[in-house]
Design a binder for this molecule. Structure first.
Ligand code: A3P
Length: 275
């Protein structure tokens, strides 16, 4: 299931490269990798390992749908292919492009408490800057406007966490029934029930069980057990230590996101215990 299929296997087992029936469209740092890998525990799910960036990247998109299909893994006709590219959620052109490919596609969005997600996003960018020896600022400076002392709404990590704004753009093309919202905070602490909700949404028979998920105390996260010989944890880049952020800034962010969160609950019919 893991490696590339050989020519013989493709012919012998009637394997095909199928366009995705479901896409994890975001949100960046929500737990998109964990969700994809965990869904791949299901025998009827095949994942595109890499982020394809077909719909958000003009150059890739210009290569056409066959190029996209050829990026997909080989699968049996009864299986469903899933890909994840978190940039899709926030990129203006993407909903229309996906709609043109398949107007009845299922869309998965995994969210986390918006302030935590923004700090996680900052932490990832920071790591990249440190690697390149570039200068960087503290989260507080990025997230706050120094003139007004209010939340800096131009900061990308803040904007991405305004989930309702992005979702509203998608709803111009797809009805809400085509989306499923995954609780990314719960996927960390208690993955199985979240995965069972996704199985149901995808009309898959329930196959992922507690056997497939075991808590690894060293990693501090759940890891995946595919079978008696094959298990794996996510890469070390998943589960970074976040910097400590001034409480006053956290409080301002909570207040800032609150009305957007309310709207998000209202639209999606899923309520979270976000502050
Ligand atoms: P942090 O690094 O902030 O902890 P994405 O894959 O969308 O970039 O999301 C990364 C986040 O997935 C991590 O954020 C981590 O908390 C979360 N995550 C959820 N389940 C995980 C798991 N089983 N192993 C590692 N990280 C997991």
């Amino acid at each position: 299931r893991k490696g590339n299929a050989t020519k013989e296997q493709i012919l012998l087992h009637n394997l095909v490269q199928q366009l995705p029936k479901a896409i994890i469209i975001g949100v960046r740092k929500g737990g998109t990798r964990a969700l994809l890998e965990m869904l791949n525990l299901h025998p009827a799910v095949v994942k595109a390992s890499q982020e394809i960036h077909f719909f958000d990247n003009d150059e890739n998109y210009a290569k056409g749908i066959e190029w996209y299909r050829k990026k997909m893994p080989f699968s049996h006709p009864h299986q469903i292919t899933i890909e994840k590219s978190p940039a899709y959620f926030i990129t203006d052109e993407v909903p229309e492009r996906i709609y043109k490919m398949n107007s009845s596609i299922k869309l998965l969005i995994i969210v986390r408490e918006p302030t935590t997600r923004a700090i996680s996003d900052y932490t990832q960018v920071l790591e990249g800057k440190e690697r390149k020896n570039k200068t960087y600022y503290k989260f507080e400076k990025m997230a706050m406007d120094s003139n007004t002392c209010e939340v800096n709404t131009k900061y990308k990590a803040v904007r991405t966490s305004i989930y309702t704004k992005h979702l509203e753009r998608w709803l111009k093309y797809f009805p809400i029934e085509q989306f499923h919202i995954v609780d990314g905070d719960r996927l960390i602490t208690e993955p199985l029930p979240e995965l069972q909700l996704v199985e149901r949404f995808l009309n898959l028979p329930p196959r992922i069980s507690q056997y497939n998920l075991y808590f690894n105390a060293t990693r501090g996260f759940y890891c995946l057990r595919f079978n008696i010989v094959f298990n794996k944890c996510l890469a070390g880049s998943k589960g970074r230590i976040h910097p400590e952020v001034d409480l006053s800034v956290i409080t301002k962010l909570h207040k800032f996101f609150h009305p957007f969160n309310q709207k998000f609950y209202q639209i999606t019919g899923r309520t979270f215990n976000w502050p």
